[in-house]
Design a protein around this ligand. Sequence first.
Ligand SMILES: Cc1cc2nc3c(=O)[nH]c(=O)nc-3n(C[C@H](O)[C@H](O)[C@H](O)COP(=O)(O)OP(=O)(O)OC[C@H]3O[C@@H](n4cnc5c(N)ncnc54)[C@H](O)[C@@H]3O)c2cc1C
Length: 424
Amino acid sequence: MSTEKTDTLVVGAGQAGIALSEHLKSHGIPHIVVEKNRVAEAWRTGRWDSLVANGPAWHDRFPNMEFEGCDPDGFPGKETVATYLENYARMIDAPIRTGVEVFRAERNMGRPGFTVETSQGKVEALNVVAATGAFQHPVIPPVVPEDETVTQLHSYHYKTPDRLPGGAVLVVGAGSSGAQIADELNRAGRKVYLSVGPHERPPRAYRGRDFCWWLGVLGLWDTAAAEPGKEHVTISVSGAYGGQTMDFRRLAQEGVTLLGMTEACTRGVVGFRDDLGTNIAAGDASYSEMLDLADAYAARNGLDLPQEPEARAVLPDPDCLTDPIRELDLKEAGISTIIWATGFRQDFGWMKVDAFDEKGRPRHQRGVSSEPGIYFLGLPWQSRRGSTFIWGVWHDAKYVAEQIAIQRKYRAYRGPSVRQMVES
Ligand SMILES: Cc1cc2nc3c(=O)[nH]c(=O)nc-3n(C[C@H](O)[C@H](O)[C@H](O)COP(=O)(O)OP(=O)(O)OC[C@H]3O[C@@H](n4cnc5c(N)ncnc54)[C@H](O)[C@@H]3O)c2cc1C
């Protein structure tokens, strides 16, 4: 098989790869985007059926195209998001090749660039960009032995309530995925236990503006790094059912039993930390802080937004919060399924390059790695809080493309002697 050559090889055609293609094109940089599945595959098959975007259509999009036929303040479904990204790729005529998996990328010796082995032959590229996503491999912590008589699955593999075995469900993790899945199962009539860890829960909307707008005007999307100690604090938001604030007291009122963090399982009995009260209180504090910041911003700027004192009302504490359950016998509680909404890990095993630290994490600055010619896109906190979101990755892609263009200029420099030869 012959080896194909290109300037920049982009691996992954999710939102990150598509956004980068647009910016590379605007710099006139030849490139190819390879995708092992389909364009925006994660939005097609890597989500549960009813998932809608966490942000409204006017916000969770690229700057150069709106969602067609969607209420700008509504929350598009996952298929609509996937179609949007496909249409975007078509609009910019992105050179995407689907069904092409990258197995290995290695620096060339004695000549510039990298040799990349793919399922359709070799590619030589001066730059390689990993746009392979932050949410690649589902992670299930080794807490409950697999031989227990419960079905265990990751939120990545959850699709609909009726595809689970009958019986009660323990959902572990109350970030956006866990909280939404617990809510959906509860509405479907299942008995649901929800194990709640540290989280933030912004108001869905306040004083007539969605929290995406508030985060924007307050400059919080652009925060460069998670506050020390809050790196593992998840954010619990939802666009489901028209968009509601994630309120764990409301979920409990509707029948969900809240639990502290899941920490162990011995002979079918699962133990929970005594941290439910602390986690709920910290979530409440993050909620109130957001209202305070919003009020202060509105006052400072003289914004004529309706007051909303009822947003500060707090539902009564449910029994499961005042007297938390510390142990649960799975069989006695009738729990047939555990859904782990416990996050993902990335996989850069195919990159045989010097761009990782001793823990295998990308060593980079805003996506520009420590190995010249290797770039990352779509990493959590790549440059800011918004880096993994649809609109945020577009801005990171712009920066990465600029850096590639700058290096291209250096490479094109020939020096005075060569210039004189050409001119004479
Ligand atoms: C449940 C959930 C809900 C989310 N909701 C929102 C939301 O509402 N709004 C929002 O802005 N963000 C949301 N996100 C975050 C983010 O927008 C998505 O995860 C998005 O899919 C990330 O895009 P990406 O392009 O970085 O990665 P991905 O979409 O994962 O794309 C990476 C692509 O790389 C391909 N790939 C991987 N390895 C290889 C290889 N070796 N060779 C070739 N191809 C490869 C994969 O097949 C994949 O298609 C959500 C995330 C999750 C998990």
